[in-house]
Design a binder for this molecule. Structure first.
Ligand code: OXD
Ligand code: MN
Length: 596
């Protein structure tokens, strides 16, 4: 038996076997390796990666099991302009996605994939998204020629033999084909074929483009499957909140990329709250799958198994739990490397706890010294860490039954106009609020940073089908839910006239969370405003926080002219959707205008 055949024979599922065989014929790898997901395998991968330069071992005393990876400098973020939804008709992709006819996309990508793995190893990576045995858990198999991707998938998903067990004889798995190719941005395509349950990604090794279980499967493909099958895939964190009196609730929250979802998901309550027994626990920091159970309650799971978080700014003030999470078994990508005296390396990034080094190797491999005028770590440098490292991991994180959701929060990064917090009047109004959130863009995607863009449910880059059908699906979900979660809008990023953030954020967001949960329980006061239900300054618990009442007033102020401009700028989204806007959106907008 040839080596390829031996690898194929080790794949227990015949549908996967047949597909891998086709991919071998097309990609022509030198070697084929089927991942088993064991610890020994991971150790071998790191050893091999250190020999070939894919990884650099970090100081194992300080950072046991941690490795460094540097990506191609042209490949450091998601590439929305090269991300496509492919199918037979343009209507499938809708006005917010790049559309590519599926036949043309397959034809073009076949020319790129043909022979692309000559001289390379093809890794076959079976994985499960979601707790094993969950009604929503989905199996994917990623074929990749990147060792970095294979290892990272082992952190971010439940990877290896467990996926074969979950799949059994079924043919229901997402085919994920990936090659870094020659990492040329001119030949970079991230293609989704929702009707074929298939992803083809070529020319990038960056997480969001290459770890196909994450954005590609768990958001784009899953959002499409969810619409077809009556559930939801959302760009949300998921957290548990205990109030010290025995009451525990779960909250899901959607924020655009790099708006602090990971920090919020790992929030540590301020001292006053900790003394009273409040506790926040993390289920997930990026993606949530939700469905209505047999009692009509919305339940949620996190399909992922690890965190792929932004490193710069991570420190013991912004996120102590993340700092603890990334002390072991973590891959650091594109931060700065600090050579130590014993010949090993440490890592460093801007706004970290560690003192600024006298000398470092910047993320792009160049020399770095303080004040040299460039960043040491790339603004979108990342950690890839197992969720079980998180000291605040929620005990239900592996529960196949998921957790019931009491509140859904939408937020964005807005220096003006949007108050700290308000509550939507009901589910339908909440969907409108979520659909019209705007946010100032960040470094998580290539493109201009700092401009407000409409980002429905923080899902703009991740809706795997027509946004019109996606919004309609949100409205329709209401019929399946007997007691819908309450919906809120928050903005931690409002600035004063001097350009300073007015709200302290981070752990202090607990105060807003308390009001939100009290609202869900019918225990907190709120005033009706044109935007929704709002707390008066005295309704937010300010014990132990030195924030003057005037600032609080300002944080919560609504300026009618600003809201009118906001309405006008929402027009951009309405125009994009054209005549296909769900009618609920039009009604809600009219209602808002009349309230103003
Ligand atoms: C992410 C993103 O990496 O949203 O989570 O870009
Ligand atoms: Mn994200």
């Amino acid at each position: 038996m040839s080596e390829h055949q031996a690898a194929l024979a080790s794949i227990p599922n015949e549908h996967v076997r047949r597909w891998v065989e086709e991919c071998i014929k097309m990609c022509q790898p030198d070697k084929v390796y089927v991942c088993d997901g064991t610890k020994e395998e991971r150790a071998r991968f790191f050893k091999e990666g250190c020999e070939t330069g894919v990884f650099i071992e970090l100081n194992q005393k300080k950072l046991p099991g941690c490795y460094y990876h540097r990506s191609n400098p042209n490949d450091v973020a998601r590439v929305e302009h090269l991300t496509f939804i492919c199918g037979p008709t343009e209507d499938l992709a809708g006005p917010t996605n790049n559309y590519w006819n599926d036949k043309e996309a397959y034809a073009k990508l076949k020319t790129l994939f043909t022979g692309c793995m000559k001289g390379r190893t093809m890794y076959v990576v079976p994985f499960v998204m979601g707790p094993i045995g969950s009604p929503l858990a989905k199996v994917g198999v990623e074929i990749t020629d990147s060792l970095y991707v294979a290892v990272s998938m082992g952190i971010m998903t439940r990877m290896g033999k467990v996926a074969w067990q979950q799949l059994g004889d079924s043919d229901e798995f997402t085919e994920c084909l990936h090659s870094v190719g020659d990492c040329n941005p001119e030949r970079r395509y991230i293609c989704h074929f929702p009707l074929d349950n298939r992803i083809w990604s070529f020319g990038s090794g960056y997480g969001g483009n290459a770890l196909l279980g994450k954005k590609c499967l768990s958001l784009r493909i899953a959002s499409f499957l969810g619409q077809q099958q009556g559930w939801m895939a959302e760009h949300m964190l998921l957290m548990g909140v205990e109030d010290g009196k025995g009451d525990k609730n779960y909250v899901a929250a959607a924020f655009p990329s790099a708006c602090g979802k990971t920090n919020f998901a790992m929030l540590i309550p301020p001292q006053k709250y900790a003394n009273e027994g409040w506790k926040v626990t993390t289920l997930g920091d990026d993606i949530v799958w939700m469905w209505a159970d047999e009692n009509g309650r919305l339940r949620a799971i996190n399909p992922e198994y690890g965190y792929f978080g932004v490193v710069p700014g991570t420190n013991s003030r912004s996120n102590p739990n993340a700092v603890k999470t990334i002390q072991k078994d973590t891959i650091y990508t594109n931060v700065a490397l600090v050579p130590l005296e014993d010949g090993t390396y440490d890592v460093w990034w801007e706004d970290s706890d560690m003192p600024e080094p006298k000398k470092a190797i910047a993320w792009d491999g160049s020399e770095w010294t303080p004040g040299c005028g460039k960043k040491a770590a790339h603004p979108n440098s990342r950690f890839t860490a197992p969720m079980h490292n998180n000291p605040a991991l929620d005990p239900a994180a592996e529960d196949p039954a998921g957790v019931p959701v009491s509140a859904i929060i939408f937020g964005g990064r807005r220096s003006k106009t949007i108050p700290l917090v308000y509550q939507a009047f009901n589910w339908i109004h909440g969907v409108y609020v979520g659909a019209t959130i705007g946010s100032e863009t960040t470094a998580a995607a290539t493109g201009q940073v700092g401009v407000v863009r409409r980002d429905p449910m923080a899902m703009l880059p991740f809706i795997g089908y027509n946004v019109r059908d996606y919004l309609t699906h949100w409205f329709k979900m209401r019929k399946k839910i007997s007691d819908p979660p309450r919906i809120f809008c928050v903005n931690w990023f409002r600035k004063n006239d001097q350009g300073k953030f007015m709200w302290p954020g981070f752990g202090e967001n607990m105060r807003v969370l308390e009001w939100i949960l009290n609202r869900c329980k019918g225990r907190a006061y709120a005033q009706e405003t044109p935007l929704g239900w709002m707390p008066r300054p005295e309704d937010i618990n300010m014990d132990g926080l030195d924030l003057d009442p005037k600032t609080m007033q300002e944080l919560q102020s609504i300026n009618a002219d600003d809201v009118k401009s906001e309405l006008l700028s929402q027009q951009e989204l309405f125009l994009k959707l054209g005549g296909d806007m769900p009618k609920e959106m039009i009604f809600q907008r009219e209602l808002l205008i009349s309230r103003l």
